[in-house]
Design a protein around this ligand. Structure first.
Ligand SMILES: Cc1ncc(COP(=O)(O)O)c(C=O)c1O
Length: 402
């Protein structure tokens, strides 16, 4: 028997493998092959503590048995998808659960955060035109806000470098400073239909909008008959320690948009609206082929029930407050940390060195974190992360800083 020489197959680099994909992402140089709980595993065999949650998606972590069981059950029905021309029970059950647990009377399902916000813009314009005699259509967004990458959501997103190459963006959308005086000046009751804000701005540097600012905005919008949209795509569904971020404040919005964690990693968005806005929406006004399909809705109902658990929410509030204390202590010890902001399991750390460099050092130390701007680190741990794991993450961040 002849032995053939062993030829090692040339392993293509991660960069070579991704050449077929349009290069819109600056990807980290690791290939993720497996996940379990709060940990991700690379093709190189390394294990990482994950404080990114797929940018706020994997609230229940990885390889969750309940999600797998819900997905298996939905698969076995044989109807991964049908169209919205038919009634299907899972979407109805999920909508009823969202309504029962919130201010809303009705829900529209779509497939992403940007789609949820685009749909919300349509619904508030529909309502505005109904009540405002034709001209009430403008939408005001805030400095530092991020609402998505489609034409209308990009017009509401305060990132010049994301916007410039794609002009003209959708019209009738402007950006205001986070200042009630300026908002009052811009908010003409005849032309403005809605204001959209993230109660905690995620991409824009993790800025928790002050409850007093949000109540002032609620008063102003009520007085001018302008709809208030809360974009809770990143900060909603338990991330702040409250199921909906608006529950942290005494402000009840007219519209809430959700996405990221809603279906446990499957693509889904939702728009929650008041009865007044729902009353303006007519058959044919909007639609989505995939929105609220039975497979994704079954999984989302399971995730929503789990994220509604008061014990889980209390843990996020308590551990989140504790994490804030640890990060403030870190800021006091390390001159590289300039400021710390956040709530629940969403924290930003302003640093003196480029944030990307520290993210790379943290990755080397076995911790995955994100940036929110050039000099801000962002932490989005899964909501199942224990206090011990949070402590481990803070230690790894400190090592990455030095
Ligand atoms: C607050 C907020 N709104 C909207 C979006 C857009 O969501 P998607 O990427 O699912 O379109 C994001 C994404 O990061 C977000 O953070």
């Amino acid at each position: 028997m002849t032995t053939l020489p062993v030829v090692m197959a040339e392993t293509p680099s991660v960069q070579q493998k991704s050449e077929a994909l349009l290069p819109v992402y600056k990807r980290f140089p690791i290939e993720i092959v497996r996940g379990a709980g709060t940990r991700l595993f690379g093709a190189d065999g390394r294990s990482y503590l994950d404080f990114t949650s797929g940018i706020g998606v994997n609230a229940l972590g990885y390889a969750d048995a309940g999600i797998a069981e819900a997905a298996r059950g939905a698969l076995e029905s044989g109807v991964l998808h049908t169209s919205n021309l038919f009634h299907t029970a899972p979407g109805q059950a999920l909508a009823e659960a969202l309504v029962a647990r919130s201010f809303a009377s009705s829900v529209f399902f779509c497939n992403s955060g940007a789609e949820a916000n685009e749909g919300a813009f349509k619904f508030v314009r529909r309502w505005g035109r109904d009540i405002g005699g034709g001209d009430k259509h403008e939408i005001i967004a805030l400095r530092g806000g991020f609402h998505g990458r489609l034409f209308a959501t990009l017009a509401a997103t305060d990132r010049p470098q994301y916007r410039a190459p794609f002009r003209p963006l959708a019209g009738g959308i402007s950006i205001a400073e986070r200042d009630l005086g300026e908002l009052a000046r811009m908010m003409d009751r005849r032309t403005v239909a809605a204001v959209i804000v993230e109660p905690v701005q995620g991409e824009g540097g993790v800025r928790v909008l002050e409850p007093a600012f949000l109540s002032g905005l609620r008063e102003l919008t009520r007085e001018r008959n302008v709809a208030l949209i809360f974009d809770e795509v990143q900060c909603g569904l338990g991330r702040t320690g409250w199921l909906f971020a608006y529950e942290r404040t005494d402000v009840v919005p007219d519209v809430v948009t959700l996405a990221k964690p809603l279906a446990g990693g499957l693509p889904m968005g939702a728009i929650l609206v008041t009865p007044e806005i729902a009353a303006s929406v007519q058959p044919g006004d909007h639609g989505s082929t995939f929105g609220g399909g039975p497979f994704v809705a079954t999984v989302a109902k399971h995730v929503f029930d789990r994220l509604s658990d008061p014990a889980l929410l209390a843990r996020v509030r308590e551990n989140g407050a504790w994490l804030g204390e640890q990060l403030r202590a870190l800021a006091a010890r390390r001159e590289e940390v300039r400021a710390v902001r956040g709530v629940g399991y969403l924290w930003g750390i302003d640093v003196t060195r480029p944030a990307g460099e520290i993210v790379a050092c943290a990755r080397e130390a076995g911790l995955l974190i994100l940036t929110a701007g050039d000099y801000t680190l962002r932490l989005l741990p899964p909501l199942i992360t224990t206090r011990e794991e949070l402590a481990q993450g803070v230690e790894q961040i400190e090592r990455a800083l030095s």
